[in-house]
Write a protein that binds this ligand. Structure first.
Ligand code: BGC
Length: 427
């Protein structure tokens, strides 16, 4: 009988070894489950529902989702966590980021290239140019957009307004002030605000747009033009911020934005100036637009302050993670997913051509205003939620707004501080 060894001459042995190695590798590859660890800050009721829709879609396509939420509206806590994770060599696979931050991370070589998915799925054709530009670094896709949010919005409780004799949200800041005084006399808090710097900055940018108009917004907050920053218009803006300070309740400091939305929902307060993620809260609570709450663009001349949430993929090792990044990027721009997600989030789709028949009047109005704003150069990035400027410049503006809002500082002092802080940030 031939020994077992003799059954294999060296050629057969090599074939057996190669074949088994191949089988082993193939089964590892087959086992490599697309995996993502997602760092995001969608933790309020409406936000969590929207995030869950993304997780569900990813899992339904065979992916493993590791959730890394960092509570804190506006995302500054999440950005701190991100920085420390990257510094310690432990970058998450996918991160909720805004365009200026995307560029900063790409500049440091931290982001993965998504061109393969982008080409395969024709992102250049399915995304508006204004958005695709924000997702590219040096001509290459490094992030994928989920939505288009809008920050120049007022949310109101119609029953509370009715008691003050109106069914409409004011269309200029003077009327806003008059209505607020009536509401105050009735014992209602006119303005629901969370005293956190980014929320005060949203209020500020709304006032800049309402008092100065789109051209002034562009000059002052995007171009940082010194004449605009020093102008009488800017003084009027800070004057109005001082007036608004008188319309918030004593406990506003540090309040989360969604708790401010709840104050409008339950009639404790009349109005909130906030991005349309507030609609996600109303919807999550089963409220009906036009009946239980009103949505209205804040005063402006056809402006639209946009905010786009995106996911950037960080460089990570491992086939499972890279596959996870590609799968996530591809699902995010799926037509059905864009509909499901944005219905929950309060935003409108980032992708072109998504049917809007299931969207409510607030979303339809947002889409219509967005089109109109693009024709009149009024489609402008929000400063308050980090869409417009690099972090240090946004910080200079936000810090000044907060310092002014929470002190007795005069409008002129605020302007001086603004110019000085911006100069320092530019150095
Ligand atoms: C994000 C929104 C989020 C909001 C409040 C903004 O910066 O773009 O998606 O809902 O912050 O957390």
């Amino acid at each position: 009988m031939r020994s077992i060894q003799s059954l294999f001459n060296s050629k057969t042995l090599a074939t057996v070894i190669c074949t088994s190695t191949f089988i082993a590798l193939a089964s590892v590859a087959a086992q490599a489950q697309p995996t993502v660890e997602v760092l995001h800050y969608w933790t309020s009721g409406g936000e969590a529902k929207a995030a869950a829709a993304l997780k569900k879609d990813f899992e339904a396509h065979g992916g493993k989702w590791i959730d890394s939420p960092v509570a804190g509206g506006g995302g500054s806590a999440a950005m701190t966590v991100l920085r420390s994770r990257v510094l310690s060599g432990d970058a998450p696979t996918a991160v909720q980021l805004k365009s200026p931050a995307i560029m900063e991370w790409a500049d440091q070589g931290a982001l993965a290239n998504l061109d393969d998915v982008a080409q395969k799925e024709k992102w250049d054709d399915i995304l508006p140019k204004r958005l695709s530009t924000l997702m590219k670094y040096d001509g290459h896709y490094v992030a994928v957009p989920v939505n288009i949010h809008r920050t120049d919005m007022i949310w109101a409780n119609p029953d509370v307004l009715a008691k003050a004799g109106t069914s409409e949200v004011p269309s200029n800041w003077d009327d806003f002030n008059k209505l607020a005084k009536t509401l105050q006399a009735q014992g209602v808090i006119p303005l629901a605000l969370g005293g956190q710097p980014w929320q005060e900055a949203i209020l500020f940018e709304n006032v800049v747009l309402g008092i100065g108009g789109t051209e002034f917004y562009q000059k002052a907050l995007i171009d940082l033009d010194e004449d605009a920053l020093k102008s009488d218009t800017m003084k009027k803006v800070f004057d109005q911020m001082r007036v608004l300070r008188g319309f918030v309740d004593a406990d506003f400091s540090g309040r989360d934005w969604n708790l401010a939305t709840a104050m409008v929902m339950n009639g404790k307060a009349a109005m909130q100036v906030m991005g349309d993620w507030a609609k996600g809260e109303f919807m999550a609570a089963g409220k009906v637009p036009g009946k239980d709450f009103l949505c209205s663009a804040s005063p402006s001349n056809h402006g639209y302050l946009f905010n786009t949430d995106s996911f950037a993929m960080f460089h990570v090792d491992g086939a499972d993670k890279v596959e996870g990044q590609n799968l996530l990027a591809s699902l995010i721009l799926g037509q059905k997913f864009q509909e499901t997600f944005n219905l929950l989030k309060g935003s409108i789709p980032a992708r072109l051509g998504v049917p809007m028949d299931k969207f409510d009047t607030c979303a339809l109005q947002s889409e219509k205003d967005m089109q109109a704003s693009q024709e009149s150069d009024g489609f402008l990035p929000s400063v308050g939620v980090d869409m417009a400027l690099p972090g240090n410049l946004t910080g200079a503006i936000v810090d000044t707004v907060t310092a002014h809002f929470n002190s007795e500082m005069s409008s002129q002092q605020a302007i001086d501080m603004l110019i000085q802080s911006l100069d320092l940030a530019k150095e």
